[in-house]
Design a protein around this ligand. Structure first.
Ligand code: CAA
Ligand code: NAD
Length: 283
């Protein structure tokens, strides 16, 4: 199938990045958010990143303008009625996601594929909430999307081979590297990454070392580009907590219990970089 028009739902850090890479790959993209201010912020972030890439000589001024012109913003979900592919990147919450998928199932053309950028939630359950489960799939981009090469593609138990193939081809068209993964909690990426981040938080919670020192150990000792606590702030502490809860519930194993300090920070509204405070301060 050919994918010409795409909608990305949620104009936060992931949705805006996803919309940008589609626009840069020559595809018409509609970026949707419930909130007009979130949409404006998402679009202006894309505009700034494209301008910076042109300034650095990574793309021509014509390509910069053409990419931005392929983008439009909307707060109306009904605008998905002519889309071949919709990628959902709203908050990591099953109730919110299934509601969005049920609405999209009614609005989009029959052939459209509905993908989720969820970090950990079961694609099989999201698919079951629609009347087109064979056309539902996980398309998990990494943060920051314009930079990171990986897309984890998650097959729900109901996903058809045709849907899988279309998404794998699309991923390659975006100049990203697909990896096929079965639908189990946290998939591969977050099943491995998030327990490491949670353990780093326990290390601070138990007074073993400061956040700065934990990060220095992992950066200089293991050559990680960011320490785990800087990375947690970058991902969003609310998202980290949701993922740990999905792992904990999904596997029923106490090794995935979220650190109480992570819970406390999220309850305080200290969500990391996006809220101005997490393990570090961004004011
Ligand atoms: N958005 C878009 N582009 C960004 C960016 C952002 N937020 N931050 C940095 N970049 C770009 C810069 O523009 C720069 O691009 P050019 O080379 O084209 O000029 C490039 O990235 C390098 O940036 P910097 O030199 O400023 O910084 P850096 O070398 O320290 O790299 C980084 C920044 C790429 C973010 C690096 O620190 C890194 O790789 N960190 C780890 C990221 C990671 O682990 N991501 C996965 C998170 S987990 C996930 O996504 C899954 C999930 O479900 C939670
Ligand atoms: P975010 O908080 O930055 O953005 C979410 C956006 O969705 C907000 O702008 C919000 O207004 C909007 N939204 C909420 N409900 C909506 C709805 N019903 N319709 C339209 N818009 C709605 O979150 P994020 O970090 O971009 O994460 C989004 C998704 O991507 C989550 O499922 C998360 O697990 C996943 N993800 C996150 C990362 C990461 O590093 N942050 C990496 C990979 C995947």
């Amino acid at each position: 199938m050919s994918i010409n028009t795409v909608m990305v739902i949620g104009a936060g850090q992931m949705g805006a990045g996803i919309a940008q890479v589609f626009a840069q790959s020559g595809i018409q993209v509609k970026l949707n958010d419930l909130q007009q201010d979130a949409l404006d912020k998402g679009l202006s972030g894309i505009e700034k990143r494209l301008a910076r890439a042109a300034e650095k000589g990574k793309m021509s001024a014509e390509d910069q303008t053409a990419a931005f012109n392929r983008l439009s913003g909307t707060t109306n979900l009904e605008d998905a009625s002519d889309c071949d592919l919709v990628i959902e990147a709203v908050v990591e919450n099953m109730d919110v996601k299934t509601k969005v998928f049920q609405q999209l199932d009614k609005i989009t053309p029959k052939h459209a594929i509905l993908a989720s950028n969820t970090s950990s939630l079961p694609i099989t359950e999201i698919a079951a909430a629609t009347n087109r489960p064979s056309q539902v799939i996980g398309m998990h981009f990494m943060n920051p999307v314009p930079v990171m090469k990986l897309v984890e593609i998650i097959r729900a138990i109901q996903t058809s081979d045709e849907t899988y193939q279309a998404i794998e081809d699309m991923t390659k068209q975006l100049n990203k590297s697909p990896v096929e993964v079965e639908d189990f909690p946290g998939f591969v990426s977050n099943r491995i990454l998030m327990p490491m981040i949670n353990e780093a938080i326990y290390t601070v919670y138990e007074g073993v070392a400061s956040p700065e020192d934990v990060d220095t150990v992992m950066k200089l000792g293991m050559n990680h580009p960011m320490g785990p606590l800087t990375l947690a702030d970058f991902i969003g502490l609310d998202t980290c907590l949701y993922i740990m809860e999905v792992l904990h519930e999904g596997f029923g194993d106490s090794k995935y219990r979220p650190c109480p300090l992570l819970r406390k920070y999220v309850k305080a509204g200290w969500l990391g970089k996006k809220s101005g405070r997490g393990f570090y301060s961004y004011e």
